[in-house]
Design a protein around this ligand. Structure first.
Ligand code: SF4
Length: 661
């Protein structure tokens, strides 16, 4: 029996899924997608599937992938989704389908404990903070028990923890075969397992990073893989351009300075003024950051802001690196760690030299400033790399390799051109599978009239007031998604002031706690006396699942257009203009539609969910493009007047069989 037929059989009423999963209901859309995936896996080629919320797309691609018996690479956008596939969905399906398939999880090396560096960190005299020492002791005790070395198993260690770079490796500082811990190394173990598995779960970052530097084993895996499935494929282009490009951060320079001091302390103490050399390198890195006073900093800045002094500042970094290089040249033979440092110095020098030269015409160069400053240069999109380096045989057309790209949102037109064009997937089969939810009965869209315009100083206060109005009626159950961190803080502060002294409602703001904990608290608050309003931005727009009545009111502060001064968008706009296309129609509008749909998708997660989406942006009503953005949203009922909104809020407090008015 062929793969399409075996796939259909798995989903049929009375089939293995129906027998094993109590809540399983055959869904036409899921079957349609699963059939299409099985067909492309059978015949080879490219398939792009937009599957609305509730279709069950994960099972729709996993079932044929697991049934196929072929070597499959599954890539998703985040490590959390990777863990979910590997620890929950795949084992569950293997049990249901009665299959025995070797499955491996592969992440980037920064996800795994480096045993060698952990030992170094133990001897690091600068690690004198009590909490850091306590965390290190916990990691050490966990390292004896863990099978994987995956640091996500260590609850107390956040990704941004300053301890993280001290106990993980980078390509530059890994000692490879010269490492005394090489035989126990968790990174090596994960790669070995991936190379011998049938199904390997990776993430997009790793996929593109490896395409660029061929380091983690993905590039070695690819030729032997029959099918590649990209979930959350709407993120492929943005993640891809980051990792296909070149970048140098002040964090990398600081880490080098730090490692120089630590390594030489143990193997070359007193043979050169290491502390002074490290300090000079550190200072040259700090001078790059100091070039931009806090008041001038934006998350992403056009390269032109660097100004006339920038080459001198970069030259100072080169000078500091040259000094380090000369000192290392004298002692490098003494220890492999010193040779590794030499390699890192050379690599960073090459990057600084690159950024001292003008950018090539087909690339965009920019700066990012957060906790550190990053200089970046990347292609405008991943289409060329995908065509020339990933899909060299035309995406399997003519061969038998298959490629599946899927997400809940991939564009706003029939051809999904926003995604297909940017990823170089011309010729792919396109499938759009609508959500099975009855949005008109389960949900409503409200765009308040007479609301301050997005640029108005009162806008954030008005959003906070509306959130408060809803949260008071619903007992919390409210999520506010903002397009900027500034608006998030303003709305969070306004709500905190309004709720001061009240114990029936609380506000949680992204950043006040780790994301995992914020979500746990929000989910728990549904069952508690104290209701919650969660105010968040960026990563909360997608990938979070709040089913049931935990979330009933979702406010989006503004239409999520990329800031017009974003350097990458500017470069893409210029490119489109040079092709005679409208950047607004071809780029900005479809991109905003995809992000808006992702955000709105947080509201209705199940057939029994009900909720209201409020978009606090009058442009949705007033501008011509507003209609296109509304059309991109699920077909929700429209609430026009403030009274309609109040009535709908009240309706949500009544039993869940009530259809929204
Ligand atoms: S081989 Fe590299 S990653 Fe593995 S323990 Fe050694 S230094 Fe760390």
């Amino acid at each position: 029996m062929g793969l399409p037929q075996r796939t259909v059989d798995s989903f049929r009423p009375g089939g293995p899924l129906a027998q094993a999963v109590a809540e399983y209901r055959p869904r036409e859309g899921q079957l349609q997608m699963a059939t299409a995936v099985s067909e492309v896996m059978d015949s080879g080629g490219m398939l792009v599937v937009e599957a609305g919320t509730g279709v069950g797309k994960t099972y729709a691609y996993l079932v044929p992938a697991l049934l196929s018996g072929l070597r499959v690479l599954v890539s998703t956008a985040t490590k959390a989704l990777q863990d979910q596939l590997f620890s929950r969905d795949i084992p569950h399906l293997l049990g249901v389908l009665g299959l025995s398939v070797r499955v491996a999880l592969l992440k980037g090396r920064s996800s795994y404990l480096c045993l060698y560096r952990m030992e170094m960190a133990r001897q690091d005299w600068r690690l004198d903070e009590r909490s850091a020492l306590l965390h290190l002791a916990r990691i050490e005790s966990w390292s004896h028990a863990t099978q994987t070395g995956d640091l996500s198993e260590v609850d107390a260690l956040d990704e941004g923890s300053p301890l993280q770079p001290l106990v993980t490796s980078t390509r530059e500082n890994c000692l490879g075969s010269r490492c005394p811990q090489a035989s126990n190394c968790f990174v090596n173990r994960a790669r070995r397992e991936a190379l011998s598995a049938d199904v390997v779960v990776i993430n997009h970052h790793l996929f593109f990073a490896d395409l660029n530097v061929r380091e983690s084993g993905v590039a070695e895996l690819l030729p032997s893989v029959h099918s590649v499935i990209f979930d959350e494929a709407h993120q492929l282009n943005e993640i891809g351009v980051q990792f296909l490009g070149r970048q140098l951060s002040t964090g990398q320079l600081s880490n080098l300075a730090r490692d120089l001091e630590t390594v030489t302390q143990s193997v070359a103490r007193g043979l050169a003024p290491w502390a002074a050399l490290a300090a000079a390198l550190q200072q040259s890195a700090e001078a790059l950051v100091a070039r931009f006073p806090e008041s001038e900093r934006l998350e992403r800045m056009d390269w032109s802001v660097t100004g006339a002094r920038w080459p001198d500042l970069l030259q100072a970094v080169v000078d500091a690196l040259v000094q380090v290089e000369s000192a290392l040249a004298v002692v490098a033979e003494m220890a492999p760690e010193l040779q590794m440092l030499q390699t890192r110095v050379a690599a960073q020098m090459e990057l600084v030299q690159l950024f001292l030269q003008p950018a090539p015409p087909d690339a965009v160069r920019w700066l990012e400033i957060g906790r550190q400053l990053r200089m970046l240069q990347s292609p405008l999109d991943v289409s060329t790399a995908m065509r020339e380096r990933v899909l060299p045989d035309g995406g399997g057309v003519g061969g038998n390799k298959s490629w599946v790209f899927t997400s809940a949102t991939l564009g706003h037109d029939e051809n999904l051109s926003w995604m297909v064009d940017s990823c170089g997937l011309a010729g792919a089969r396109i499938l759009k599978v609508p959500s099975p939810f009855n949005y008109a009965e389960q949900s409503a869209l409200y765009v308040p009239k007479n609301f301050p315009k997005p640029g108005d100083s009162q806008h954030s206060f008005a959003v906070a007031e509306l959130a408060l109005q809803g949260a008071q009626i619903l007992g919390g159950r409210t999520l506010v998604l903002t397009t900027t961190l500034r608006a998030m803080r303003a709305i969070g502060d306004a709500l905190a002031r309004s709720l001061q002294g009240r114990d029936d409602l609380q506000v949680l703001v992204q950043g006040s706690l780790p994301k995992r904990e914020l979500l746990a608290r929000f989910l728990q608050s549904g069952a508690q006396q104290q209701g919650t309003v969660l105010v968040a931005s960026a990563t909360f727009w997608e990938g979070i699942d709040m089913p049931g009545d935990v979330l009933q009111l979702l406010l989006i502060d503004k239409l999520p257009f990329t800031p017009p001064d974003d350097p990458v968008q500017q470069a893409r706009s210029k490119e489109l203009e040079s092709q005679g296309k409208s950047p607004f129609k071809a780029l900005h509008l479809p991109q905003a539609a995809v992000v808006l749909r992702q955000g709105a998708g947080r509201l209705i997660r199940r057939e029994s969910d009900r909720g209201i989406l409020v978009v606090c942006d009058v442009r949705l009503n007033q501008m011509g493009y507003g209609r296109q953005l509304v059309a991109a949203l699920p077909p929700m009922k429209r609430l026009v007047e403030a009274q309609d909104f109040s009535d709908a809020l009240e309706a949500l407090t009544r039993p869940s069989t009530t259809v929204l008015p």
